[in-house]
Design a protein around this ligand. Sequence first.
Ligand SMILES: Cc1cc2nc3c(=O)[nH]c(=O)nc-3n(C[C@H](O)[C@H](O)[C@H](O)COP(=O)(O)O)c2cc1C
Length: 362
Amino acid sequence: MDDFATLQQIAARARRNLTKNTWDYLMGGTETETTLRRNRLALDSLALRPRILRDVAEVDTSTSFLGHRIRLPVMLAPIGSLQLIDAGGAVAAAEAAAAYQTIYFCSSVTNPGRDEVGAATNAPKVFQLYVRGDRAWVDEQVKLAIEAGFEMFCLTVDTAYYSRRERDLIKRWQPSARRGRGHDGGDFQKKLTWDDIKHFKDTHDIPLILKGIGTAEDAAIACEHGVECVHVSNHGGRQLDHGRGSVDVLPEVVDAVAGRASVIVDGGFLRGTDVIKALALGADAVCIGKLQGLGLAAGGKDGLFHLLRLLEAEIRTSMSLLGIHNFNEIDASYVEEAEPVIDPHQLSPYIHLNFEELEYDR
Ligand SMILES: Cc1cc2nc3c(=O)[nH]c(=O)nc-3n(C[C@H](O)[C@H](O)[C@H](O)COP(=O)(O)O)c2cc1C
């Protein structure tokens, strides 16, 4: 893994290792892919404002999330059908997270899944559920997740309908989780309301992360329901098209939450400076989806572990160049709106890569 000196090389190796279908599944978005691109545009449209002469010989990149100490404010987002990307699937990703000391979100639609991931590590982890049954079914899933060793629970609420992923539709391809009869589990996810969140909070004693919040209004309602964590997300541009970039949504959500819950964000995070920008705007941590998939595709568990180390190196360097010693010191004064310097597209940070030649790869 030490072959990889940069994240760009990991992306290049991942591209080489994945089939076209799996690459498109990992990297693609919905319809015109406008939301997908806006996630990057939002990040690329922020510039950093450094402070100097502050003795940055010691820098601490760690933070905590819902009471758990993590080495970096970067957690692994839930990914369905992860076994397509690496044979070890969710178990490999969970092991990498545990070895690195961060938190893994296990999707309910990946195989191996809940029980294998629960058995694989004792590290704190989150079980993420797509609702495929009635309230009694959900209650049972919570019980099973707790029994399997999950300390936190996540409901994804931006997926009432599975969106139109045109790269897949054109090729008539579907990820494994969607193949076969009844793949969308009936109308249960479509019929969810705030009443179901109330029922969850009244019934279960496990911290709840609500994933897929896109407005201050819904963030406020989530807080009124006692949700422990508001997760700002547009599913990496894979659900509603023509939405806002996640980092553009963050400030209004942080304001609305006003310290009543943790706030995390995902969507387009590919580099260390991206993470720093989100923390400057008030996020407690970020999740990575596509970047996690690139690490796994490049080298399985070790590739993902190495990717997290490279991300840490980027974050540590940028923190010291910004003049901050830990994340308690960062705030919105460290960022400013700016013209993006390159035409944004889904792989803007890796724009120098020519995937045909793969010069970086050995
Ligand atoms: C291949 C893939 C599969 C995903 N599967 C799930 C899933 O099963 N459950 C879920 O809540 N989100 C899922 N997501 C969304 C991620 O959890 C996360 O919100 C998103 O990837 C963040 O954006 P990013 O990919 O730009 O980092 C998936 C994302 C990708 C890329």
